[in-house]
Design a protein around this ligand. Structure first.
Ligand SMILES: [Zn+2]
Length: 372
């Protein structure tokens, strides 16, 4: 079974970046002093002369201590927030690392989904992930009516029944499977027979590693170029027929250009494209892809990191909007019951507005684009 981790039944997005809160620099000591101290203390008649004299000073001291305390707390929150890569709102609810289950096992009944594990995914919401496409390149992107969008469904490999449902969708979605999972090769083969494009969903080191383990075949930052290449080649050999790769997690790995150069030179040798899932704003994938001269694309929308009908429909609308506005858009979804049910409903409507295509169609040689 794949050692994928999942935090219980948590379905909250695992944002990479904490919301930053301003340090209370503009808070003055007098603002923090209680009204009684500010106004009454100097005039207050007290039998205790010593206390009377020191009262205003005490108030000032307490106020300054309160400000210092606030600043220290805010700094600690920002620091630890960044280290754990989670928003403050989730900090208090994060269970200690040791209590995290290594396997999230779901019993669904019989047969192909009798016991499956669900991998955790990293999410990077649009407001936190600035579009790094250079303006010059955006202008050159060919905008053709009706606009094209690709929907990649990744994290596949553990659940054959869900994969079969995806292959019944009335659109050529792209299936991206994790390596070394119980149904990975079966899913790749079946998808290829049905004319669907398939990809390797390549596990890479996240910032939260080892607390979150991306699973078997993971590329990790301690590995040198040779080890990375060897492991990647073995993984690619285990999944014949795939046309491209996107990263599973990888917020730490994709921010390391040296490692990405090594990974992309292997993809270049194999003639594979890469789609950056964009789990970090610090991703070096685009520049490494240009250096390696491989076909490259970037995820625009995460469709279902919040498992609610309303949210998923909203994200699909956003995908369509970007495709119309810019000519193309790439969305990533996951093999959840609710996601697939909504895709079954929405795909016929989406197809009236834009063209749904395989992921490879929306990848480009960015170097050559820039030179045009
Ligand atoms: Zn993933």
């Amino acid at each position: 079974m794949p050692p994928m981790e999942k935090m219980g039944s948590e379905s909250k997005p695992k944002s990479e970046y904490p919301e930053t809160k301003p340090a209370p620099e503009d808070v003055k000591p007098e603002d923090l002093a209680p009204e009684t101290l500010k106004k009454e203390a100097p005039e207050k008649k007290s039998a205790d002369g010593l206390w009377k004299k020191s009262y205003p000073r005490m108030a000032l001291f307490i106020s300054l201590a309160a400000v210092a305390g606030l600043i220290v707390s805010a700094s600690a929150l920002i620091f630890f927030g960044e280290r754990s890569g989670r928003p403050f709102s989730q900090q208090e609810t994060t269970p200690p690392a040791l209590s995290l289950p290594q396997f999230h096992t779901i019993n669904k009944g019989e047969g192909e989904t009798a016991e499956i594990t669900e991998p955790v995914f990293e999410v990077y919401t649009p407001d936190q992930a600035p579009d790094k496409t250079p303006e010059s390149e955006k202008d050159k992107a060919p905008v053709k009516y009706p606009g094209k969008a690709a929907i990649i469904i990744d994290d596949l490999g553990c659940d054959m029944t869900m994969a079969k449902r995806i292959l019944e969708l009335d659109a050529k979605v792209t299936l991206s499977a994790l390596p070394y999972c119980p149904f990975t090769t079966q899913i790749i083969d079946l998808a290829a027979r049905k004319g669907f494009e398939t990809m390797l969903h390549l596990p890479m080191e996240p910032n939260e590693y080892p607390r979150f383990n991306p699973g078997p075949g993971s590329l990790l930052t301690y590995m040198g170029p040779e080890e990375l290449t060897e492991l990647l080649l073995a993984t690619l050999d285990s999944m014949p027929g795939i046309k491209g790769v996107n990263n599973h997690m990888g917020s730490r790995m994709t921010a390391n250009s040296g490692h990405m150069d090594a990974i992309f030179s292997t993809l270049k040798d194999r003639g594979l494209f890469f789609i950056d899932s964009r789990t970090t704003s610090k991703s070096e994938c685009r520049s490494s892809a240009i250096k390696a001269d491989i076909r490259f694309g970037e995820r625009d929308v995460f469709i279902d990191h919040v498992q609610s009908s309303e949210f998923i429909r909203k994200q699909l609308k956003l995908l369509v909007k970007i495709a119309i506005r810019r000519g193309s858009a790439i969305g990533i979804a996951h093999p959840h019951e609710l996601t697939i049910a909504i895709l079954e409903e929405e795909i016929p409507l989406i197809k009236r507005k834009i063209k749904l295509v395989s992921a490879s169609e929306l990848t480009h040689y960015h170097k050559r684009l820039a030179e045009k």
